[in-house]
Design a protein around this ligand. Structure first.
Ligand code: DGY
Length: 345
């Protein structure tokens, strides 16, 4: 790489500051750093940027996108040739065709680790809300329907000894497991590969999703959205859950066949739902709003001041690292640099 770093500013090989386009407004601390280190433009639109990024990218060296900006193969192919590096203000990167970026020799950075605890906290919130039916209880209170104390009023389920099935035991899945264990839940999981015993911490591995579903009183979706997994929680698999099981999703909405989930709730096969994610969010299926035994959050898993700042900083670190010649660890496609080195660029 010929790009160099000078005076702690992020500069390109033409000795000028890197021109950075950011498709949203990060937290103040991230804005301040970006202004200090880059020639930055914040481009906030009401809707995700879509195709407009093609024209807008002209003359910029780097783009930091938001998780609702879709960068598919076609769009990446048409980005301005001036763009040298991409970053996303998210750990999930299902909205970016990383293979297409690699083919264009564009490094892509994301924001792993810093949001793990915050997302696991929200998962526990949803698990508790689903088990204790807090949303319907709160709605009753707000509607003036809270009557006399009664032994059977607002009954939910205790978490102690409930079997929690975690689908996707990565960093976030493991953080959920350790919190759930503290509540007395019995943790089961399915993952592409089994964890080492020290990471498992007593959780029981299932070598198939189907086996996990059959023991999940509470089923928690933590898997990434990949083409193979999209729609995997369908009618057939929902029917494998114990009758009345609860479903929590903190990963991505498109892992679930929502029509099948609504039908399962209608029939009582799924007893309660807690979700932070939806297909087509923020324009969600109106049937969600009719589910009384559901707790619905607007994708706030990582939404704390501290975490959103850490995410923005990590994304900037990635972009900075590209121009300093030592790519940071949050790089999704290290092959880009191997290709660069092979071609002697
Ligand atoms: C992520 O980082 O992928 C989250 O889902 C966005 O908050």
């Amino acid at each position: 790489m010929r790009d160099i770093e000078m005076n702690s500013k992020t500069v390109t090989n033409a000795n000028r500051r890197c021109r950075l386009l950011v498709t949203g407004i990060p937290t103040d601390a991230v804005v301040d750093r970006a202004v200090d280190e880059f020639d930055v433009q914040f481009w906030r639109e009401t809707d995700p940027i879509g195709d407009r990024l093609v024209e807008k990218s002209s003359g910029f060296d780097a783009v930091l996108v938001m998780p609702d900006d879709k960068l598919d193969r076609d769009l990446i192919g048409r980005l301005s040739p001036s763009i040298k590096v991409l970053a996303t203000h998210s750990v999930g990167y299902d909205h970016i065709d990383v293979a297409a970026a690699t083919a264009r020799r564009l490094p892509v950075f994301n924001t792993p680790d810093v949001l793990t605890d915050a997302v696991a906290d929200i998962a526990l919130f949803l698990i508790l809300a689903a088990a204790r039916r807090t949303t319907s209880a709160e709605v009753a209170l707000r509607n003036g329907e809270w009557g006399r104390w009664a032994p059977t009023l607002f009954l939910g389920r205790s978490l102690d000894r409930q079997r929690l099935g975690i689908f996707g035991m990565g960093r976030i899945g493991m953080a959920i497991a350790s919190r759930a264990s503290a509540f007395g839940m019995l943790v089961h999981y399915h993952n592409r590969s089994r964890l080492s015993v020290d990471k498992e911490r007593g959780a029981q591995f299932h070598d198939s999703l189907e086996s996990l579903l059959s023991v999940s009183d509470m089923f928690c979706i933590c898997a990434p959205s990949t083409p193979q997994l999209r729609g995997i929680i369908d009618a057939k698999r929902l029917a494998m859950l114990p009758f009345g099981a609860m479903v929590v999703n903190i990963a991505r909405g498109d892992l679930v066949d929502e029509a099948a989930l609504f039908a399962a709730v209608q029939e009582g096969r799924v007893g309660a739902v807690g979700t932070d994610v939806y297909r087509g969010e923020p324009n969600i299926d109106a049937r969600w709003l009719d589910l009384t035994n559901a707790t619905l959050l607007p994708h706030i898993g990582s939404a704390t001041h501290e975490v959103r700042t850490a995410m923005g900083m990590l994304a900037l670190d990635g972009i900075h690292s590209h121009f300093s010649g030592v790519p940071a660890a949050n790089l999704l496609n290290p092959q880009v640099y191997a290709v660069t080195r092979r071609s002697g660029d």
